[in-house]
Design a binder for this molecule. Structure first.
Ligand code: CO
Length: 131
């Protein structure tokens, strides 16, 4: 089964940034602190996919460092896969650089892992497997 676009992650200083998306007609579905990534996230549904706003919970979180270096904006693309362990193993065998060789806990009980941005022309790619 080919992957689907699960969500687009956007780094923001504050989750108040949901306003523009709500004004566009999207609904905030879910807000959650994801300790493993040092972020508070808000998920808005758009069709079968989502917008994920990421507010850093501290300056030394990866999203906090991203905002300090590059400002707010698009942070990552996330693809939903059926078997994340198998995908990571397969991509590593193909020579792609991974940030996580083993999945870490994501929001809503998912398991997630990031590829290094050098794998995709500077774009940070996340893989997720939903429970
Ligand atoms: Co994400």
């Amino acid at each position: 089964m080919p992957p689907t676009l699960d969500h687009i992650g956007i780094a923001v200083r504050s989750l108040e940034a949901v306003k523009i998306y709500e004004d566009l007609g999207l609904t905030t579905e879910h807000v959650e602190v994801v300790e493993s990534q040092g972020v508070k996230t808000a998920f808005l549904s758009v069709g079968d996919s989502h917008i994920e706003l990421l507010e850093p919970t501290g300056h030394d979180s990866p999203v906090g460092r991203f905002i300090e270096k590059r400002g707010e904006g698009v942070h990552h693309l996330c693809f939903r896969v059926a078997d994340i362990d198998r995908e990571l193993e397969r991509l590593e065998r193909k020579g792609y650089r991974l940030i996580h060789r083993n999945p870490v806990p994501g929001s809503r009980g998912s398991r997630v892992a990031f590829l290094h941005p050098s794998a995709a022309s500077g774009v940070l790619i996340e893989l997720t497997e939903r429970p």
